[in-house]
Design a protein around this ligand. Structure first.
Ligand code: TXA
Ligand code: MG
Length: 321
């Protein structure tokens, strides 16, 4: 039996152990406010290669660099006024900024998949912030799931998906936000690459300008998370279900009779937190999962985005993050 990863407590001893493993080039699953990340030293080429290998992730799909604070980001990327304003408003928090790479950044070229831009974020998770400070450098971390599968919001999801490919899991329990970070490109006029934990309306308010959704060409996605099939359970999904059919697993939203409810009260924040755990729980690989309609504003944009990708026809090319 291959060994399962060590679970490290989110205390000074666990954080010191996680930092030592990362310095030694190992992979450590880290909690964030959004989902668990599969972290490696972003400057260590072999360690970053091991992330792609463990996930089965195509090498063209770039990774987000996690840093302790805005100064950590400024060491890696150009820093326009919009970045300053958004970082002040939303970091630490579920916002990734894509900015032009700065010369001398020192990152493994695999992190950016050869692009001239880098996604950076400061996660709002106390143990991981302490780890970033103890480690003293950027950590490359995609979501800690096999490529194309549901994102992990608990240590149990990470262990079930990646098992012994991870040296350790820093265990801080379930992730409170539950959907991945919002990705905003700032290499030009601000545009949204992925809806996520910060509602786009909040970004527009902070910037004082509308944020365009990227005119994505699905064949050549700017954020490969935009590929149609993504975040997929084993089972098929039926979206915007207003009736329940026999043999289906029923994922509700609002005051409906169902197997699991994203939010009985119709609260989008609660629904985001419950999205991946409920999909993991209902996914037995055979029964169709029918999902109630979820409003398409605020966090509902990210929820609908993940549901749409989870429901899309599966192609090998679609399984990328
Ligand atoms: O909340 C999150 O963002 C989580 C936690 C662990 O931080 N991370 C996450 O990483 O969702 P990942 O790799 O599963 O998704 C990152 C997305 C991918 O779709 C990738 O293509 C895109 O970000 N991305 C990364 N760097 C990019 C860049 N320079 N330009 C465009 N897209 C980029
Ligand atoms: Mg992912």
């Amino acid at each position: 039996m291959p060994q399962s990863p060590h679970r490290l407590p989110p205390d000074p001893s666990g954080i010191a152990r996680a930092a030592a493993l990362l310095r030694a080039g190992k992979l450590v699953a880290i909690p964030t406010e959004t989902v668990y990340g599969l972290a490696a030293d972003a400057r260590n080429d072999a360690a970053v290669a091991a992330i792609f290998d463990a996930k089965g992730r195509p090498s063209f799909n770039p990774l987000i660099a996690h840093v302790a604070d805005a100064a950590g980001a400024q060491a890696l990327v150009d820093w326009p006024a919009e970045a300053e304003r958004l970082a002040a408003a939303f970091w630490p928090g579920p916002l990734t900024l894509v900015l032009p790479l700065k010369p001398g950044h020192g990152l493994s070229p695999r992190v950016t998949a050869g692009l001239g831009t880098l996604g950076v974020r400061v996660p709002d998770q106390p143990a991981t912030l302490a780890l970033l400070r103890a480690f003293g450098g950027p950590l490359a971390a995609p979501s800690a799931n096999p490529s194309g599968r549901l994102s992990p919001t608990t240590p149990e999801h990470v262990i079930a998906g990646l098992g012994p490919r991870v040296s350790a899991v820093l265990d801080a329990g379930p992730c409170p936000v539950g959907v991945e970070s919002t990705i905003l490109a700032l290499d030009g006029a601000p545009h949204l690459l992925r809806p996520g934990g910060v509602p786009v309306e909040a970004l527009e308010q902070a910037l004082g300008t509308p944020v365009a959704a990227t005119g994505a060409d699905p064949a050549r996605p700017q954020a490969p998370g935009q590929l149609a099939s993504h975040y997929a359970p084993q089972a098929a999904l039926r979206l915007d279900a207003t009736d329940w059919r026999s043999g289906e697993r029923r994922l509700g939203f609002g005051p409906v009779d169902c197997d699991l409810n994203l939010s009985h009260a119709g609260d989008l924040r609660e629904a985001a937190t419950n999205l991946f755990p409920h999909l993991h729980a209902l996914d037995d690989g055979t029964h169709v999962i029918a999902v109630s309609p979820v409003p398409r504003h605020g966090l509902g944009l990210a929820i609908n985005d993940r549901l749409r990708r989870a429901a899309a026809p599966r192609g090998k090319a679609g399984r990328t993050a």
